[in-house]
Design a protein around this ligand. Sequence first.
Ligand code: F6P
Length: 296
Amino acid sequence: MDHASDAHRTDLMTITRYVLNEQSKHPESRGDFAILLNHIVLGCTFVCSAVSKGEEQKKLDVLSNEVFVKALVSSGRTEDEEATLVDPSKRGRYCVCFDPLDGSSNIDCGIFGIYMIKHDGELTLADVMQPGKNMLMLSTGSGGVNGFTLDLPLGEFILTHLDIKIYSVNEGNVKNWDEPTAKFVEKCKFPNNGSSPKSLRYIGSMVADVHRTLLYGGIFLYPADKKSPNGKLRALYEAFPMSFLMEQAGGQAFTGKQRALDLVPKKIHERSPIVLGSDDDVEEIKALYAAQEKKE
Ligand code: F6P
């Protein structure tokens, strides 16, 4: 065994350390968020281990959901959608909306949106129907986004991408797009200002596509179109968490009508069109939507 390198690894910034350090900057906090996050991290470690063992996709969906529901309930810091899972005496201060495995064809990606419950009374759906801007995330207030990667043998998420700063669309839907989206994508391919065309990269997994956009810059679009007037992605547990991260990384998130995080959903599984990415790219498509509005 290499004791020197093992000793060195004890210096690593794990997600637990990071959250505890951040929390110590807020002595007024009760530490609930740190505890909640720790339970989510444990759930992630469990799901990663199941994925690495090659469990069947269907089973993984069900398993991941169970893992996270259990992890969240046992944290004692959350309420669930129906408010039936958490014993009222163990009621927490947070609602967590999550997509445990992103899409049916993508494994190993989960999204969590954590919302604070702002009263002590009975929990209602209104507690979850909050605009994305009310969300808390790993960006813990001081700005910037931090990327952690799971080191499976160690069983810990290690800080790998410090202060990540900030293109991607399903072009198969082109015939159904509205004019601003079609114009924007055309400009990405054939810029009229002498700059080089952008490269199209599309995995078809929001987490992976947005992760790449966070690392390398650019823009991710799942716009409204003639077939899907509200886009495809779910506001509470797809568009909002990713929009929040994008804003924290210095970018913008836009629905085609408004800042994504200002949207107040009316249904748990409500969809929203979403465009998110670096500031200048989103500004460009916003200008096209504004011009379109003027014409109408
Ligand atoms: O909502 C599930 C999802 O797989 C997202 O992660 C992804 O962005 C989107 O669907 C891909 O949809 P499409 O196959 O229509 O491009």
